[in-house]
Design a protein around this ligand. Structure first.
Ligand SMILES: [Fe+2]
Length: 242
């Protein structure tokens, strides 16, 4: 199986269209989406429709569930909460139904898909340090777990002896005796100081994983955020990549 794995689109239509075009160009038939379709950007309905239409599997992100009142927005920072309120005022009935229907996890072959963490998907915890990643390996049985949420692409492996480390190559081979947690980064709001859209190609036939980065029309996405009346800091951070 070969698949593209996308996450954290955050209503950024410009970034999503570029990513989908690249996936089509590479003739990848399956797209798995790790959630956060909405929040922060100016095109929630378009992004929900496209993600649902193009993805074979989708899981819910915290912003998706916050937008439909399934997650408490009081845990969000003020700007994120403001963007959720903005989204709620514009999201279609159909969009609400679609977001409400998303589940927290999906499995396919030897892969687990979850937005935040395998241990407590609804706790929406973040994995940043190697130690935080390491603790999660006992919480799933599949060989590879794909996550989003932090908007920072990363791959961590655990070998047969329980040794964990960061995978530093890109692309990198899937070693049979290793298990992996792979953060695919963010399509619509990268936070690793690289403003380009991020997604991952999983190639189960050739046993490889690659993080792909793509330029997109950031000024247009920024303009829509400002004209739409969303907080301007959300436009600024797209260019800064943080
Ligand atoms: Fe997110």
């Amino acid at each position: 199986m070969k698949a593209a794995i996308i996450s954290d689109i955050h209503s950024n239509l410009e970034a999503l269209l570029v990513v989908l075009k690249d996936i089509k160009k590479r003739r990848l038939k399956s797209i798995f989406c790790l959630g956060d379709l909405v929040g922060y950007g100016a095109n929630p309905n378009e992004c929900i429709d496209l993600c649902i239409k193009e993805s074979k599997l989708i899981v819910a992100g915290n912003h998706d569930w916050a937008a439909v009142n399934k997650t408490d927005v009081s845990t969000f920072n003020p700007v994120a909460a403001q963007a959720i309120k903005w989204t709620q005022e514009r999201i279609s009935k159909d969009g609400i139904a679609k977001l409400k229907g998303l589940s927290l996890t999906q499995t396919v072959d030897n892969l687990l898909l979850v937005h935040a963490t395998p241990k407590d998907p609804e706790g929406w915890n973040y994995l940043f340090s190697l130690e935080e990643f390491e603790k999660e390996f006992t919480q799933f049985k599949e060989q590879i777990c794909f996550i989003g949420h932090s908007h920072i692409p990363a791959a961590i492996y655990r070998d047969d002896n329980g040794y964990c480390d960061i995978v530093r190559d890109n692309p990198f081979p899937i070693v049979p005796k290793r298990r992996y947690i792979v953060n695919v980064g963010s399509v619509g709001q990268p936070r690793d100081l690289d403003p380009r859209a991020s997604y991952v190609i999983y190639d189960g036939n050739k046993n490889g994983i690659e993080v792909v980065r793509l330029d997109y029309n950031i000024p247009l996405a920024q303009q829509k955020i400002v004209i739409g009346g969303l907080p301007e800091v959300l436009a600024d951070r797209l260019l800064a990549g943080r």
